[in-house]
Design a protein around this ligand. Sequence first.
Ligand code: CAA
Ligand code: NAD
Length: 283
Amino acid sequence: MQVNKVLVIGAGQMGAGIAQVHAKAGIPVLLHDKEMEYAERGFQTIEKNLLKQVQKGRCSEQEKATILSRIELTADIEVASDVDLVIEAIVEQMEAKTKLFSKLDKIVSPQTIIATNTSSLPITEMAASTSRPENVIGMHFMNPVPVMKLVEIIRGLATSNQTYETVHNLTKRIGKTAVEVNDFPGFVSNRILMPMINEAIFSVYEGVATPEAIDEVMKLGMNHPMGPLTLADFIGLDTCLYIMETLHQGFGDDKYRPCPLLRKYVKAGWLGRKTGRGFYQYH
Ligand code: CAA
Ligand code: NAD
């Protein structure tokens, strides 16, 4: 199946990036959030990203205008009836996702594929909240979406080959590289990345070193582009906590227990870059 129109649900940092890369590849996109002002904020992020590309001479003013004209904003979920693919990028909580999936199931046409950008949650469980588990799949983009090449593709237990192939072809069409992984908590990316971030947070909690020192060690010593605490702030500390909870619960192994300091920061509303404060402060 050829994907001719996409609906992205959730216009946060991931949803905005996902909308941008599809529009850039020539695909019309509907960008939905629960409030129109959130959808508009996502659109402003895309505008800002494209403006930077124009300033660097990587994109013309005309190309920028054309890409932006392919993105339509909406707070109305009923528009889902008119698309070939829905990509969900809302909060990393199973209850919110299954509630949305069962609502979508009543709106979308029978052949529409419902993909989730979840970082860690079981695809099979989300699929089971619909009457079409064969059309449900994980399409896990990396942050920042316009820059990162990888999309982890995760089949649920019932995902059909046709759904897989459609999403695999689309991933190539938008210039990304697909890697297929199985439906286990955190898949591959976050099973490996997030315990490292959690361990960095434990190192702050136990007074091993300051956040700056920990990040410096990993940047200069291991050649990571960002230290783990800068990266945690960039991902969002709420998302990091939800992923650790999924790993902890999913594997039933205490080696995945979230650091109490991570819980404390999330309770304080220190979610990282998006709220202006996490391990660092942002203006
Ligand atoms: N949005 C869009 N584009 C961005 C961006 C953003 N937030 N941040 C940087 N860029 C672009 C810049 O515009 C620049 O583009 P050009 O090459 O066209 O000029 C390019 O990225 C490089 O940026 P900079 O030169 O400003 O900075 P940098 O070289 O330090 O790179 C970075 C920035 C790409 C973010 C780099 O620091 C990096 O790779 N960090 C690690 C990112 C990472 O690990 N991501 C995965 C997170 S985990 C995940 O996504 C999965 C999950 O489920 C949690
Ligand atoms: P975010 O907090 O930046 O954005 C989430 C957006 O979803 C918000 O704008 C919110 O208003 C909207 N939303 C919440 N519930 C909604 C609903 N029921 N209907 C419509 N919109 C709703 O979060 P994010 O960082 O973009 O993460 C989104 C998803 O992508 C999560 O599942 C996360 O695990 C995953 N993800 C995140 C990263 C990352 O680095 N942040 C990377 C890969 C995947």
